[in-house]
Design a protein around this ligand. Sequence first.
Ligand SMILES: [Zn+2]
Length: 271
Amino acid sequence: MLGWSINLFRVFGIQLAMHVSFLLLLAYVGYDGWTEGGWFGAVVNMLLVVAFFVCVVLHELGHSLTARRYGVQVPRILLMPIGGMAEFDRIPRQPRAELLITAAGPAVNFAIVAVLVVALGLPHGFPLHVEFEDSLTGVGHLLLYWNAIMGTFNLLPVFPMDGGRIFRALLARKLDYLRATYWAALIGKILAGVLACVAAVYFKNPFVTVLFIFIFFAGDAEYRLLLRREREAEHWAAWAKRLAAAQAATPPQNPDDPSPPPPPLILHGPN
Ligand SMILES: [Zn+2]
């Protein structure tokens, strides 16, 4: 399903791509604007969605550029109606690296909020009863509000959202990495299930409901992938140990002239 995407352009060498379902989102908000304000309303609505997703891309670049400092390859950032995803070839296991890479995304949102607060001040009624003027300042306030929500929302401890990854990194300081992921994913799945129900029943918000259902399965999938890699690594480590033991058990031809040590082993897998 994630293969149905359109490549846009590269930013810092990372391919920016748009999932085809993103076109449905643009069509939906365009139609919504058109029913209220004709073509002008349609164009304004679509530009607002583009501005929102520029902030999403900046958030993902926060993660991606920090990750590259730790040697992670980031081939692509994919935009979907429910948000953006930076694709990493791996996630560093050092809790400190994972903490910094993860925190860099929301930090970008809060930096945007800080710049907009300095430039425009806070909107009326911020944060719970916000009112937006029908002007360029209003658009700036809308971006400020969206970034405040994006930064805060991503810090919910629902693995694999940013807050859940930070939670996993903190657990991994005390627990084995796999156990830390197990607990972060389990708690994340429970919270994602509860929040999906709250979004559906209480807020009647289909986007957020779908987002939490997606997060529920993404957390589970990431834990299972890690489990499989750990088992493969264990398998190869046991194999290498058996091979080394077998080589050690073979006596050298002449004890006074031992044969050279065997070359280092090349292991196939897990990567
Ligand atoms: Zn993030």
